[in-house]
Design a protein around this ligand. Sequence first.
Ligand SMILES: NC(=O)c1ccc[n+]([C@@H]2O[C@H](COP(=O)([O-])OP(=O)(O)OC[C@H]3O[C@@H](n4cnc5c(N)ncnc54)[C@H](O)[C@@H]3O)[C@@H](O)[C@H]2O)c1
Length: 351
Amino acid sequence: MMASSTKSERSLRVILIGAGGHATRTLLPTLHHLPFELVAICDLDEARARQAARKWGCSAHTDLARALDAEKPEAVLLAAGPGAHPPLACRALEAGVHVWMEKPSSYRARDLDPVLERRGDRVVVVGYKKAFMPATDKAIELLSAEGGKALQSALAVYPIDVPEDGRRILEEGVFTNWLGNGCHPLSLLVAVAGEVEALTVRRSRHGGGMCLLEFAGGAVGALHLAAGAPSSQAVERYHFVADGRQVVIDNGSRVHFQRGIPFRYGQTVSFAPEGLDHGAIVWEPQNHLATLENRMEFTQGFYGELRYFYDCIVEGRPAVRGSLEFARHLTLLYEAALLSEGREIHIADLG
Ligand SMILES: NC(=O)c1ccc[n+]([C@@H]2O[C@H](COP(=O)([O-])OP(=O)(O)OC[C@H]3O[C@@H](n4cnc5c(N)ncnc54)[C@H](O)[C@@H]3O)[C@@H](O)[C@H]2O)c1
């Protein structure tokens, strides 16, 4: 499949590994908007690989090593799951191929070390979609624009729980919702607020609770583990406060920037005084036109993460957002939360 792109750009030969539900539902349709030439789909399940390859007009494989030999891609896209991502990434890097992989990158932070050893000058990006949402870019811009003040505090609300019995989950490599989806709010918080120095999880007796985050930059954050709020409802929310500025991201698709009004306590009589240089500004997608910016592939960051991967390759620059270092840090936060049980865990102590 030759992907369509609005600009005339060099197309990159790519292989997709893992033709499961997520790849067929979301990743393959997203490729239409990017300058990737999909030359093959590879899946251990031969019938799956063949069916997807027929649909997307490329060849089918069941083994990455043979696919790399036969197709000579410039990059691979991995959507196979955290157990398979590190060994597949190592194999592709040994063949000199750039790697994009879905989250979670691995079960443990240390599983990424062999990938880091083999990276060399190749680009590796992990698809933490929320770090690449247009809303996240806007929040970063608003907080840093015109000599932005230091971030003071951050709140994320996300329907997730940190499971009990974390030590066993880590030792046995159990796939939990915390592994699969906890990285979503954490990746947005780290993209905006930077690395975390310490983390404490306080669980409610009824499920859910709070994950307290101390950022290296000085801000404090809370991830409200809103287990019990159905994922089918629009529960997700982020709130950042820097001296004089507040940025809120609601439901991933509404950014609210509060600048305040000219205000004197006990004297100001209108909450909406004349003028355009104060008050709130809101950005949200229209939903009446069949355009791009309101589509899930764009609002949720799938386009952004793959575009960033492409841009880093063609511009010959290393990835920063979604890099292996970013992924390793997020995986340490995942581990720290499982180990916390009410105690503060210093991330540096985990290695
Ligand atoms: N970003 C998101 O919003 C999002 C949403 C859903 C899933 N995902 C991620 O996408 C990945 C895939 O999820 P899924 O729901 O499609 O899972 P899935 O189990 O439906 O698909 C995984 C596919 O990978 C194949 N596979 C596994 N190991 C392989 C190997 N070594 N070589 C070739 N093929 C291999 C399996 O046969 C399977 O067909 C996971 O990492 C998941 O966390 C991300």
